[in-house]
Design a protein around this ligand. Sequence first.
Ligand code: ZN
Ligand code: ZN
Length: 193
Amino acid sequence: MEILVKPCGEFYTNCYIVDRSIVIDPGVGAFEFVKEHCDEVKAIINTHGHFDHIWDNKKVKEYFNAPIYIHKNDAFFLENDPFGFNPPKVKPDFLLDEGEIEITGKKFLIRHFPGHTPGSITIEFENDMFSGDFIFDGSIGRVDFPYSNPEKMKKSIKKFLEIPYDKRILPGHGPTTTIKKAQKFLPMWLDYL
Ligand SMILES: [Zn+2]
Ligand SMILES: [Zn+2]
């Protein structure tokens, strides 16, 4: 397995490419990065619907004829940006729920962790977990945005603390961490929320 990453746009939103065929969170300018490294794209998966994670969805979808996957609770962001930045509007192709999905023979485990947004997810593939803006290295996503919910974030953190195994975490911004490391710093955020 190969994972490529590029921080995109003014918020340095990480766009990840898995095995040169699956694109996670194509933010501002990610299209050029994807075009440079992929001959084909089999799926675009959004960890959540914020503009900086979905900005180049439309370009990548149309150029590669690739379907967009997003959690059902965040699909509305693709056509309604509450921040007013107005990324190119595009319709999702598959609405995700918690559970396993298969894309070209690869199995991805989707977990639903609402709080930062109603449809924030983590995407697990082999020994990696893409965490979007749910968990960063040492912190968590903001819960003071429109459609954020601190109470749901608390529940999501408690649910995350139950994960019994370790994996590398690749967040939506900043450097990597691990599930075990996150489980150590997360209880502090429960007190803060
Ligand atoms: Zn976000
Ligand atoms: Zn973000």
